[in-house]
Each structure stands twice: as C-alpha cells, then as structure tokens.
Design a protein around this ligand. Structure first.
Ligand code: ATP
Length: 363
C-alpha cells in the first residue's frame, strides 16, 4: 500500500485559479483528518495566460513534473483572445493527453433526488452511469491535419486494436469495481455505428473479444443515435458506456446537460500510468475574477482522483474519502444548500466550497 502522493496541480486560466484554490484546500483538510495518506500538491504553470507572458504554453519543467507525479489535477485552460500564431487554441490539456497516452476519458453522469435536471425523472429513479470516451484517436486522429482542397475537405477516423483493447479492458474493470461497490449491475455498453461503418464494426469486434475475459459482466451494444435518445428517455438503464472519441465528445456534453449543466460535470483522462483530473467545463472567461464560478465540477474531479489513486495503490481510506467527497457535493446540491448562479442560486465560489467542507466535517 502506498500512502504518500505527489500531485501536480495546474490552476490554469480564467476561473481556473478560483476553483482550484478551494479544491486544494478541501483535499488538504481531508488528508490531514484522515492521517492515512499525504498529498504533496505543487502548482505548475501552463495555459494561455502563461503563453501570453512567456511564449510557452506548457513549459518543459511542468511537463516533467506532470510525468513524475502520481496524479495531475487540472482546472481549465485556454482564453479566447490568446492563440498560437497559426490561430489554433491553446490547450495544454490536449498536449498532456497525447504525451501521456491518456486513452480513457471518464465522464460520470449522476443525478440524485433534488438535483436540478431538465429531465422529468420518475420518483425514486436516480441516474448513475459513466461514459468512457476514447481520447487519443477516432475522428480526432487528424485533428489539426485535416486536408482541405478547393471543393473538398477530409478527416480520417482511426481505430486501432491496441488502444481499443486497452479502452475496453479499462471499461470492463470499471464496471467490475462499480458492481463491487453496489453502484451498477456490471454492464458495459459499446456505443458505435457498426451498422454503417467498417471501422465501427472492427471496434465492436474487439469489444466482443475483450468481453470474453469478463464472463461475470454483461456486454451490451447500442448505436450512437439510439444512445442519445435513451440518455434522455431512460438514462437509469446505463452502467458503463464506452465509445469512440467524437461520439464521446458529443454524448458527454449531453450528459453534462442532463446533470444540470457544466458546473457539476467532472472528468478524468486516464492511461496505463498517468491520469489527469479536471472539470468538463472550460475557463469561463465571461465570469472570471468575480468569485461566482461553481467549484463543484472541480471538487468532484478531485474526488475521482482520490478514488483512482486509492484503488491503484490499495489505499482503502483514500477510496472511502473519494466517495465521501462525492457524496458531500451531492448532498449540498440536492439540499440546495449553497447553489451558485449557474444552478439557479446566489452563492459565490467560496460559500459553495465552504458548504462542502461543512457537509464533510460538520453535518
Ligand atoms: P471550452 O471550449 O474551453 O470548453 P467554452 O467556451 O466552450 O470553453 P466554458 O468556458 O465551459 O465553455 O463556458 C461555457 C459557459 O458555461 C459560459 O457561459 C461559462 O460562464 C459557463 N460556465 C462554465 N463553467 C462554469 C462554472 N464552473 N461555473 C459557472 N459557470 C460556468
């Protein structure tokens, strides 16, 4: 069992620093109270503002620290007015994803009783599923390299056996651990368009082969269009959904919408040796510096980090603290204790984060 962890923290741009500070504070308090693990959290520079000041969006020292850390906690990066010379967006989080081969984009979708949602959920129906988005290939394979001719443009969708096998194993392992903790029935649904595209038929074949190693779990299939419909009509039916990069990009925003908005949507990008935990939302420059950003997606991402580190290093106290932190946020939101403006309330960032501390340590 490992107990001492190095965390590389990237506070990023826009609202990033405002939601990172209270999250780091909560993690510090939890580790102190627990006594079962230590978190050495070090801030490293990266992002659009850093690029504007120095001409470097992800310094080599920051990359080295990220690679050497046990986990990476990242808020949001990018600013609309700061671009590379070729006009593309500054997104060191995508550079990290590529450099560290973080193939599994994990996007939990949870809706608890009392949580604001556009869905009209039947009484007693909670929603709790996880979307796993492949994050290194698929239709993003030629990102930035698409071919444009006068009257025609082309992008390439790439599916490889190597990454797909890793992705599916990750998804089945996730379903197994969710089943063990009573969070799901142990079902993985491969979301594709295998009826139309050969690449997706290949994706599905690899899924079916991988499923054979998990006879105690259910391996299911669904087309992506039907999945979008069912995410609205019967989202409580899902457990773990696994899909290609572009499909996952779109479905994860649908999932965030079902959860009442981006302010509550956490994520993780996980590979075999590294993982980045960050909220689904961007740097929200329109509200930066006002102290009104919702910190919950960031705090929930930190909860996922505790869970991942604990499971990986046999530290049960950390796994329990990950669940405790997630449940504290769920309680605060469901009871409407300190809702920020994006959720229809009036609370600022500090009040919302304090409410989570209260839910953890007071009542
Ligand atoms: P990106 O392309 O980097 O994802 P974006 O411009 O698409 O960024 P966001 O930066 O996520 O999107 O902002 C979208 C909208 O959601 C903005 O109006 C922003 O203020 C709001 N928003 C995003 N995150 C939060 C948050 N944590 N709290 C409150 N509002 C938020």
């Amino acid at each position: 069992m490992k107990t001492d962890f190095e965390i590389a923290v990237f506070a990023g741009d826009g609202i990033g620093p405002e939601i990172t500070a209270p999250t780091v504070d909560i993690l510090r308090r939890m580790a102190e109270v627990s006594g079962a693990y230590t978190l050495s959290m070090t801030y490293w520079p990266a992002g659009a503002a850093h690029y504007a000041n120095t001409g470097d969006s992800l310094p080599a020292a920051s990359m080295k620290a990220a690679r050497a850390s046990d986990a990476i906690l990242l808020s949001a990066m990018g600013l609309p007015d700061v671009r590379y010379a070729d006009g593309t967006e500054i997104s060191p989080q995508i550079d990290l994803r590529k450099a560290l081969v973080l193939f599994a984009g994990v996007r939990p979708v949870t809706i608890k009783a009392g949580q604001p949602t556009p869905l009209n959920l039947p009484a007693g129906r909670d929603v709790d599923f996880v979307l796993v988005r492949e994050s290194t290939e698929g239709l993003f394979f030629t990102q930035g390299r698409g071919e444009v001719e006068t009257d025609e443009a082309r992008e390439t969708l790439r599916i490889t056996r190597d990454i797909s096998e890793k992705l599916f194993r990750f998804s089945f392992d996730l379903a197994r651990s969710r089943k063990a903790t009573g969070r799901g029935p142990g079902k993985v649904t491969c979301v594709d368009k295998a009826n139309v595209f050969r690449a997706f038929a290949f994706f599905r074949e690899i899924f079916d082969e991988t499923a054979k190693a998990y006879p105690e779990l259910v391996a299911d299939h669904a087309y992506v269009d039907a999945t979008a419909l069912w995410m609205v009509q019967k989202p409580w039916d899902f457990d773990v959904l696994v899909t290609e990069n572009m499909f996952g990009d779109i479905l994860s925003d649908l999932g965030a919408g079902l959860m009442g908005g981006l302010g509550l949507a956490p994520s993780a990008d996980i590979g075999l040796d590294h993982a980045v935990f960050q909220p689904c939302h961007g740097s929200a420059p329109d509200i930066a510096g006002q102290g009104i950003a919702n910190p919950m997606a960031m705090i929930l991402s930190a909860a996922m980090m505790l869970d991942w580190l604990g499971l990986r290093h046999d530290n049960d106290a950390m796994v329990r603290d990950g669940a405790r932190l997630r449940e504290a946020v769920e309680r605060v939101v469901a009871e409407g204790r300190a809702l920020t403006r994006d959720l229809g309330g009036e609370a600022g960032t500090a009040v919302a984060a304090d409410a989570v501390l209260d839910a953890l340590f007071v009542a």
